[in-house]
Ligand binder design. Structure first.
Ligand code: DX5
Ligand code: ZN
Length: 219
């Protein structure tokens, strides 16, 4: 197979991370990226324990879900995610992604998300070997490769993580999501390595022209 051929038939999905949006105008910001051509909206949920930052919970998702028809891609950076799957599912998440490092039994978390009839994503922090998700690949819809330490927007892309993306391109048929430091330049490397869902916070919400920013990332 030719280099990059895998990506030809798969649409690249752009998922703006609302972590960098104006939280005081969150509904408007989500509507704006939807009109600007975003495919999914990426919601970063942080609990101050799994990561050193706190963001939003199911109540906010429930409210903003009403203004948008977009696919809600919810990234849980919370300890023991099994405790909150039902709440995030009924709030309107379409995909729930949890961290393998945050739970004792990833299989049980996957089961809970499936029971709630939502798509399942599993995520690895930069220090986590991708081989740890190997036995779960046939049970999830997406693997999220973190390319910064989770917790904050605006950090630099960790290029070394692209090896994980290449591994997934060879061994996994689902969505390969990359999150952290994605911009119009790093996007080219990510897509070439096999990433097909690109999360971007600063590179979209930090610009005046959301539509132009999304187009530039899509390439
Ligand atoms: C970090 C979050 C990211 C973050 C990315 O923990 O998971 O989604 O918003 O922000 P940028 O695109 O600014 O690196
Ligand atoms: Zn995220």
């Amino acid at each position: 197979m030719l280099e990059g051929e895998n990506n030809m038939d798969k649409k690249i999905i752009i998922a703006p991370s609302i972590l960098s949006a104006d939280f005081g105008r969150l509904a408007e910001e989500i509507k704006a990226v939807e009109l600007a051509g975003a495919d999914w909206v990426h919601v970063d949920v942080m609990d101050g324990i799994f990561v050193p930052n706190i963001t939003i919970g199911p109540g906010v998702i429930k409210s903003v879900k009403k203004v948008s028809d977009m696919f809600f891609d919810v990234h849980l950076m919370i300890d023991r995610p099994e405790r909150y799957i039902d709440e995030f599912a009924s709030a309107g998440s379409d995909m729930i992604t949890f961290h393998i490092e945050a739970c004792a039994s990833p299989e049980d978390v996957i089961k809970k998300i499936r029971q709630a009839e939502k798509k399942v994503g599993i995520s690895v922090k930069p220090g986590t070997e991708i081989s740890l998700v190997e036995k779960l690949l046939d049970k999830v819809d997406m693997v999220l490769v973190m390319t910064v330490e989770p917790g904050f927007g605006g950090q630099s892309f960790m290029r070394g993580m692209l090896d994980k993306v290449r591994y997934l391109k060879e061994n996994f048929d689902g969505y390969i999501q990359v999150d952290g430091g994605v911009n119009k330049d790093t996007a080219r490397e990510i897509i070439k390595a096999g990433g097909n869902v690109l999360v971007a916070g600063t590179a979209i919400f930090g610009q005046k022209d959301y539509s132009g920013a999304i187009k530039e990332i899509r390439g």
